[in-house]
Design a binder for this molecule. Structure first.
Ligand SMILES: Nc1ncnc2c1ncn2[C@@H]1O[C@H](COP(=O)(O)OP(=O)(O)O)[C@@H](O)[C@H]1O
Ligand SMILES: [Mg+2]
Length: 386
């Protein structure tokens, strides 16, 4: 559906350097350029909700804006539904750059960007009305389509209201309505929920997921919020400094982070330093300062390699009685506990380590209690040291 090949986008370096005088600007400005997007490639299947996830400044918006035609990449190819929208050209390759307003894509940004002088109805009708005469639907069809979209977004009752008289959440739903009324082949969403308060964000998140599934619109979603990404996406690309560092299904990324950056960025994890002691197929034994750990990992790491073992707090089970013949059982001492409503967080000290364990709400161990931590080999991940 959407294909991105070797996308590169650079910007001029800091203004400081440019202001610094002529000598600076003559000696190779290549050093001064910022690689906002550095050789990014991915494919998005029809109906997918594909998320670009990463910290601020990692190049998510620049990637999205390049798809939209709002940035001109330095290199690469962008195509939607087999049609090339952008190609930088070179080596027997034709240059292509379809202007943004001819790409026919739907976009929703963080700022609602609704038209304040128009009613709710007119806001949604506008993208249809401004089409060329040949492509413009008839009056009745416009009304039908606008009303249908407003109904889906639960805004029909406000159709005649001034757009500015809507709440923040309603305005963002309006922005979404306006983007989908043109029935775009691809919907681009850049942090559309981040200006809303926590409660509204959560309800709109569910709303968005339902809508996306019902309408089956292929969507690219940009966010720095890992919870949002995990709960919404069919596929996540984790970005760091202009590059995609891991791409996969949410569960896969959560359970098998391929490097420490991803493990740290996607929720909290415990990290235990160690050295690979033995390997038999996918089964590894890792020697750590606090004891041995057995785990399964589908990656290729020879014995003797320094590694980090990562385990999620909810995968650490706590009991006060020593479990039977289980592979990874460590004894520790509870040093801290916090009740979170739907879970109880514990901090358990084991030698020099502090391990976080998240338990079901009915399991709660007071500080000072000796506990046994049980760690399922399937839930430990091997992370290369980087
Ligand atoms: N118009 C611009 N001019 C100069 N630098 C820019 C511009 N837009 C983005 N950048 C830089 O490119 C990098 C990626 O930015 P961006 O794509 O906005 O990141 P994100 O959306 O992940 O927060 C950052 O270092 C940012 O400062
Ligand atoms: Mg951004």
């Amino acid at each position: 559906m959407l294909e991105i090949q070797n996308l590169v986008k650079t910007f001029d370096g800091e203004r400081k350097k440019r202001r610094a005088g002529k000598e600076q600007s003559t000696n190779g400005d290549a050093n001064a350029r910022v690689f906002a997007v550095n050789n990014v490639s991915f494919d998005v299947k029809p109906g997918d909700l594909f998320t670009l996830l990463g910290p601020s400044g990692c190049g998510k918006s620049t990637t999205l804006r390049s798809i939209a035609g709002l940035e001109k990449p330095d290199a690469g190819v962008v195509s939607v539904g087999g049609k090339v929208l952008f190609a930088a050209g070179g080596d027997a390759q034709r240059k292509v750059n379809v202007p943004a307003n001819k790409r026919g894509l739907g976009m929703v940004f963080q700022s609602y960007a609704i038209w304040p002088h128009m009613s709710v109805f007119e806001n949604v009708a506008f993208p249809l009305r401004v089409r060329s005469r040949r492509q413009r639907p008839g009056k009745r069809e416009i009304t039908e389509r606008v009303e249908r979209v407003l109904e889906t977004m639960e805004l029909l009752q406000y159709a005649d209201r001034h757009a500015t008289k809507l709440s923040g959440g309603q305005q963002q739903r309006l922005a979404l309505a306006r983007a989908i009324v043109i029935e775009p082949p691809l919907l681009l969403l850049d942090e559309p929920l981040s200006n809303l308060d926590a409660k509204l964000r959560e309800s709109l998140r569910f709303e968005l997921k339902r809508l996306q599934r019902e309408l089956g619109i292929t969507s690219i979603y940009v966010t720095h919020d890992q919870i949002e990404a995990l709960s919404l996406s069919s596929t996540i690309a984790v970005m760091r400094a202009g590059e995609v560092v891991q791409l996969g299904k949410p569960r896969d990324i959560y359970e098998n982070p391929q490097n420490k950056f991803v493990a740290e960025f996607i929720g909290t994890s415990n990290f235990i330093d160690g050295t690979v002691k033995a390997r038999n197929g996918d089964r590894y034994v890792v020697e750590t300062h606090e004891g041995r750990l057995t785990l399964d990992a589908g990656i290729d790491v020879p014995p003797g390699t320094e590694v980090v073992v990562s385990i999620r707090p909810e995968a650490v089970l706590l009991t006060t009685e020593r479990p039977g013949d289980s592979a990874n059982v460590w004894e520790g001492n509870v040093t801290n506990r916090a009740f979170l409503g739907d879970a109880v967080d514990h901090v358990v000290s084991v030698g020099k380590l502090e391990i976080r364990a998240r338990c079901l709400p009915h399991i709660s161990h007071a500080p000072g209690t000796t506990v046994y931590m049980e760690m399922d080999p399937a839930k430990l991940a091997l992370v290369p040291v980087d």
